[in-house]
Design a protein around this ligand. Structure first.
Ligand code: FE
Ligand code: FE
Ligand code: ZN
Length: 282
């Protein structure tokens, strides 16, 4: 018996949901990730409810797994600047409302960079934001992404994610998205000791919190704290290690999202390669 693999990649949402869904199908994907708004700016386009409906029907018919929305990179709940924190609040509150057009999916964000205020203060500001924007009636699960620990980034240590979760009241609507490139850059040896990393994750955060995977190879070695993604098999993790991740029984059923430097055809080739390699392994 083999569990179904949900694999897809990051796609552009500028042409709407249905277009994204068709693009995903054209490359053999059965999940996908998209930015909720311009990743570097603020403005969000209005969602067309009929477009969302057509997409949901298509996803249902084709057995898609959970979808992952990604917050803009400019969203920093623990900035030292009031204006930046205010944008984080407005954008996330609006994004969570928009997510209800595709109910029951995931909204992933980078916890943020404390920019010199210290990890403790950063964690405090992040939990504050989440307690302000999360609603009991929301159907979306908010995901904290594991980070590379670059600069003053929060989320490079599992303990930091644990501390955020501990501070959030509606924590049953909070999960984690594990990025293979980021955790390796953060110093967790996911290529050499996957079971050890999952054990550590389980001990500190709890594996039931793990809801999605970002599948990326890394240009940099273990513990480099850099965050530069590589194509699958062209980085320091290697194809074998990535296939171990997507075949691991404890990770079965999670949406696997590629964020490798690729165009659509490149993603199609990676999805095919990963499906075949996983099949060979099982
Ligand atoms: Fe990310
Ligand atoms: Fe990522
Ligand atoms: Zn990254």
């Amino acid at each position: 018996m083999t569990d179904k693999l949900f694999i897809g990649c990051h796609l552009s949402s500028v042409k709407g949901f249905e277009h994204m869904g068709r693009e995903a199908l054209s490359i053999g994907a059965n999940t996908l990730q998209f930015f909720t708004r311009n990743p570097r700016g603020g403005r969000a386009k209005d969602i067309d409810p009929e477009d969302a409906e057509r997409f949901l029907a298509l996803a249902r018919e084709n057995g898609f797994g959970k979808l992952v929305a990604h917050a803009p990179y400019t969203l920093n709940p623990c900035s030292a600047t009031e204006k930046v924190r205010a944008f984080a609040y407005t954008a996330m509150e609006d994004d969570l409302k928009r997510m209800e057009f595709i109910p029951g999916n995931y909204y992933n964000f980078h916890p943020g960079s404390h920019v010199g205020q210290g990890t403790e203060k950063g964690i405090e500001l992040i939990t504050e934001l989440l307690n302000r924007v999360m609603r009991p009636e929301q159907t979306t699960t908010v995901l904290l992404e594991t980070m590379a620990g670059k600069g003053s980034e929060i989320g490079g240590r599992f303990e930091e994610l644990r501390a955020i979760i501990d501070g959030v009241e509606l924590d049953e609507k909070l999960g984690v998205c594990l990025d293979t490139c980021h955790v390796s850059d953060a110093g967790y040896d996911i290529a050499g000791d996957l079971d050890g990393v999952l054990e550590e994750f389980d001990k500190v955060i709890g594996l039931s919190r793990l809801r999605a995977l970002h599948i990326n190879d890394s240009l940099n070695p273990l513990g480099a704290h850099k965050d530069r993604h590589a194509r699958i098999g062209e980085g320091t993790l290697g194809l074998e290690a990535i296939v171990r991740v997507i075949s691991h029984p404890q990770l079965a059923g999670l949406p696997c999202i590629l964020e490798t430097p690729n165009d659509l055809d490149g993603y199609g080739r990676e999805i095919k390669l990963l499906r075949e390699s996983r099949q060979d392994r099982l």
